[in-house]
Design a protein around this ligand. Structure first.
Ligand code: ADP
Length: 533
């Protein structure tokens, strides 16, 4: 995709780039079914007339005007962020349809006569025909125009140009209609009944609606596409109500029901835009709060870590000094005790290794390459780690059970660090199973996609299990229950998973042992703006 970096960065939060989830699709289906049910409910009364209800038309027109202008403004702001020309075209469709309702209601026969406005029989119908055919053409153009049509140049200029063009077309149309009623096609035979010529309009409109639906379903990718299809269905119902069930007779039940469907249709995209905008703000506020918490936690963890490192490295250093002193004393004697001196040297070497291990594990965590991220399949990482563990004979007599969801999304991460995390969890699991009989040692590795899209990895063993009293502390630096343990493994794992935007937690495994689980956010596909599936 040609998207600017800025567009790519916001891709996953816009209704024009995010794919609808299953519940949104069901909601849209529900709306369509209810609209059809409403149409069927009104059908028996459609031809009844509702005299004198034209006084309600200005309120209706004001409603449509406000709704379509706000929708257009929101779509313009969407274009401002995403810079996709098709969105600007859609915004101009709403602006065109919204502003044309003004001359439509002003010219409605008999409505504004007392203000000196009497434009004859045909003006309102001519404007109605223009709106009815014009608006779905904008949707059709939106559907056909490639998503790749990103606007270069000034966005502000594009927006001003669009507003000026629509204003010019609407003003020109209004002027033509106001000054030429006698030359307009004979759509109406009197103020309420349509003539033969009008019969072509609903057919033409219906064909454009259908073409729009086909075009949208062919490129069906985003939440906006889904709801534009619902808009077209609503418009189709409107035209069927007005022109067929209501026989095109103005101010009848069918005609008014059609108007209400028109109002519903005008509101659909607005409601979706507003609800999605609210959802985006909520998500942003939540993620901002989470980031602040993470920063705070990281600071506290860093302080604790520095204090612990100082303490832990100090211990082998102190022990090395003591042993070196002792060794020197053994050698200084008139009859040097070589064995004791050798034992002291050996302890110095061991302590030296211990200190170096602490330092190198800290380096793995903070090494520069740790910031290098790439698209990864966790399943592949697991298989690689298991193969490496088998090659090093680290798995011992443990039977390995892989339950991998091959359809799980990719993640963005550092392969070395994530492999290290899995390797640590697997080593811990294998160690915990040393206390149980060889036949009962099972290591189970599971991957799944969670409902909200995250990838879950679970490392389950049938070992000694976690002591409830230690559960809170096992992730602390240098906490260990093993005689030769360092207590750095789980702390490292949690730091890495946190830095990947995920979560690591532990709990009991069923029927026995421990389960360590972590989740990672899915990679966002920059080409489609969707989370990968
Ligand atoms: P280390 O392995 O050096 O002790 P870790 O941070 O990896 O350091 O682990 C800390 C402690 O958590 C371990 O000493 C052990 O008590 C506990 N632990 C970790 N993994 C398991 C497991 N799979 N089963 C039981 N206890 C575990």
């Amino acid at each position: 995709m040609n998207a600017t970096p800025r567009a790519a960065a916001v891709d996953h939060v816009l209704i024009s780039t995010t794919a609808p989830n299953r519940s949104q699709v069901w909601l849209a289906v529900g709306v369509v079914v209810s609209l059809f049910a409403a149409m069927a409910g009104v059908a028996p009364y459609a031809s009844q007339s509702l005299p004198n209800t034209e006084v309600l038309l200005p309120a209706y027109a004001a409603g449509v005007l406000v709704i379509e202008l706000i929708t257009s403004a929101l779509l313009v702001s969407l274009f401002h962020v995403q810079r996709c020309r098709a969105i600007l075209l859609l915004a101009s469709g709403y602006l065109f349809s919204g502003t044309l309702i003004v001359p439509w209601v002003l010219t409605y026969p008999g409505l504004f006569n007392s203000f000196g406005i009497d434009e004859g029989l045909q003006s309102t119908a001519a404007i109605a025909a223009l709106r009815r055919l014009g608006f779905p053409l904008f949707i059709l153009a939106y559907a056909v125009l490639s998503e790749r049509s990103y606007a270069g140049g000034s966005v502000r200029l594009a927006i001003l140009g669009m507003i000026a063009a629509v204003a010019a077309v609407v003003c020109l149309t209004t002027w033509l209609v106001f000054s030429n009623d006698r030359h307009l096609p004979d759509f109406m035979i009197d103020a309420r009944n349509v003539g033969l010529l009008w019969r072509y309009i609903p057919v033409l409109a219906g064909l454009i609606y259908l073409a729009g639906m086909v075009a949208l379903s062919l490129r069906f990718r985003t939440i906006l596409d889904l709801w534009l299809m619902v808009v077209l269905v609503t418009l189709l119902i409107e035209v069927v109500q007005i022109s067929y069930l209501g026989s095109g007779v103005r101010l009848g039940v069918g005609w008014w029901a059609g108007r209400l469907f028109g109002l519903a249709s005008a509101s659909i995209v607005l409601v979706v835009l507003l609800s999605e905008t609210t959802a985006v703000y909520t998500r942003l506020a939540r993620s901002e709060a989470a980031q602040r918490r993470t920063r705070q936690n990281r600071l506290t963890a860093m302080e604790a870590l520095s204090a612990s490192i100082a303490h832990e490295v100090n211990q082998p250093l102190a022990s090395m000094v003591t042993n070196a002193d002792a060794g020197l004393r053994w050698l200084d004697k008139a009859d040097p005790h070589l064995d004791e001196a050798k034992a002291a040297m050996k302890r110095i070497v061991d302590e030296g290794h211990r200190a170096s291990k602490i330092v190198s594990s800290i380096r793995t965590m903070f090494m520069k390459s740790a910031r290098e991220r790439e698209r990864l399949d966790v399943n592949d990482l697991i298989v690689q780690v298991i193969k490496a563990s088998e090659a090093d004979a680290r798995l011992g007599r443990v039977s390995v059970n892989l339950d991998l969801d091959r359809g799980a999304p990719h993640v963005i991460g550092n392969a070395v660090q994530l492999q290290q995390v899995m390797s640590n969890l697997i080593d811990n699991a294998v160690e915990a199973m040393r206390s149980v009989g060889a036949g009962q040692r099972t290591l189970r590795l599971v991957t799944r996609q969670l409902d909200h899209g995250d990838v879950l990895v679970s490392v389950e063993d049938t070992g000694s299990g976690l002591d409830a009293a230690h559960l809170e502390r096992i992730f602390d630096p240098f906490f260990t229950t093993k005689p030769d343990g360092m207590g750095m493994g789980l702390m490292f794992c949690r730091t890495v998973i946190d830095a990947h935007g995920g979560r690591l937690w532990a709990g009991p495994n069923s029927p026995r042992g421990a389960a360590f689980r972590f989740s990672l956010p899915p990679a966002i596909n920059v080409d489609t703006g969707r989370e990968e599936e």
